[in-house]
Design a protein around this ligand. Structure first.
Ligand code: SF4
Ligand code: SF4
Length: 430
């Protein structure tokens, strides 16, 4: 297998194909601290793409309650267990050695799904990526364990099928919104024997050619995030298409001049947790340095948003600001060793970061560049940091402006949100 460089694990790794970087890459940042599990994103996607016969169990976007929820059920813990079985005690990070802007989380010393498959010997023959095909039962309940909490004091075996118990401060859960990560090194694409899956060079979107797919489900098996899903009545697999007509600026309502727009699930987000964009990729596959692009800023410049299970090796392009209240070992397993830094940044954001965070869900057009105009100081507050210490945070009423692909202003918003008083002739009559 050729070697490719995966910046998220800080090293080269074996992948079935040589790197073929896209010019731009579809990417998104989700702020898990703000998700309210309203599932509006899920239904926005559902009502656009997967409402037909045969798609009953196909949810391109889902929101699951961690740690017990999952769609398909246990998708992540099952793969983690397979990798651990293959490489017992070896799935470890070295967060210090070689840490650099090209390896921001240090180096993953364990085996990726591709590397673990190299040593696989099973009755069904060799595999390109270590994985499994979920059962029909695991696909059947997208909302399983929704709002179930994890009591800290009990072992997982004791809480398998129970609800939360008091005292409440001893329990935790959080909502994890998920869709296809349009990975740089997709497991689905690597495993397809028909070469029906391809990654678009213009935006890095990963698609399944329905006319080539024979329904072997190798993509379902190899996608570490289980976001390629088989549709029984067509005999082909399907996956998120990143609402590519919107990305291409072909929505007549939103893109009068061909401006790229965010996907349906992103723009529908009630909790304002989502920001989606396109990041420019260099010829060698590295992210082009572009600190005024909000996605680049949050992921690479400030490292406040982290990839989901980077150790799987697919180099996913979905990034998460981790939830502040969840035990660190769990978060580090899920988002890698950058968790402490990300949470510290987010807990007391400086002036610039606060302004960029304000941009979430303020425009439907993709923001390619932001600019901040300084405003007056309006408050100083005490913030409790994750380690219990307190820090003073000065708040300035800065204005942040987002520009679209053609460098035209798409949004302008201040830190202090404007308030409006209902006029007396329109009293609240509820
Ligand atoms: S998340 Fe899964 S389906 Fe999507 S590109 Fe990555 S490997 Fe393929
Ligand atoms: S719409 Fe936003 S807030 Fe609501 S569940 Fe989806 S990601 Fe969470």
């Amino acid at each position: 297998m050729p070697d490719v460089y995966n910046w998220q694990i800080g090293r080269t790794m074996a992948y079935p194909f040589a790197a073929a970087p896209a010019k731009w890459q579809f990417a998104f940042v989700f702020n898990t601290n703000r998700c309210i599990n309203c599932q509006t994103c899920t239904m926005a996607c559902r009502s656009t793409w997967t409402f037909s016969k045969g798609q009953e169990n196909i949810w391109w976007n889902n929101v699951e309650t961690k740690p017990f929820g999952g769609y398909p059920q246990n998708w992540d813990s099952k793969l983690l267990a397979l990798l651990e079985e293959y490489n017992p005690g070896g799935q470890l990070w070295d967060p210090v050695t070689g840490k650099s802007p090209e390896a921001p989380y240090g180096r993953f010393e364990g085996k990726t799904i591709f590397e673990a498959a190299a040593g696989y010997a099973g009755a069904e023959g060799p595999k390109v990526a270590l994985g499994y095909i979920p059962t029909a039962e695991e696909w059947a309940s997208p909302n399983i364990f929704e709002d179930h909490a994890r009591p800290e004091a009990r072992p997982p075996s004791a809480v398998k099928h129970m609800t939360a118990t008091l005292p409440e401060h001893k329990v935790w859960f959080f909502y994890l919104a998920r869709l296809c990560n349009h990975c740089t090194f997709p497991g689905c694409l690597a495993a397809c024997p028909r070469q029906a899956i391809y990654k678009r060079p213009e935006d890095g979107v990963v698609l399944i050619d329905q006319s080539r797919c024979n329904g072997y489900q190798k993509c379902v098996e190899a996608c570490p995030y289980k976001k390629a899903i088989f549709r029984p009545n067509t005999g082909a697999s399907e996956k998120c298409v990143a609402c590519y007509p919107r990305l291409e600026g072909r929505d007549p309502e939103l893109s009068p001049n061909g401006e790229p727009c965010e996907t349906r699930c992103m723009t529908a987000c009630v909790g304002k947790i989502r920001m989606q964009g396109l990041v420019r990729i260099e010829e060698d596959g590295a992210w082009a340095k572009d600190p005024q692009n909000p996605i680049f800023y949050l992921v690479r410049e400030r490292q406040v948003a982290l990839p989901l299970y980077p150790q799987f090796g697919a180099e996913p392009n979905g990034f998460y600001i981790p939830p502040r209240w969840v035990p660190r070992p769990y978060l580090i397993q899920m988002f890698g060793p950058g968790v402490g830094h990300a949470i510290e940044q987010y807990s007391c954001p400086d002036r610039e970061l606060l302004a960029v965070l304000q941009l979430f869900r303020t425009a439907q057009q993709i923001i390619f560049r932001f600019e901040i105009q300084p405003g007056p100081k309006i408050a100083e507050i005490e913030v409790t940091m994750p380690d219990g210490s307190s820090r003073a945070q000065a708040i300035f009423n800065d204005t942040v402006i987002g520009y679209n692909k053609f460098d035209k202003e798409a949004v302008r918003i201040t830190i202090e949100e404007p308030t409006f008083e209902r006029p007396a002739i329109h009293p609240n009559s509820i």
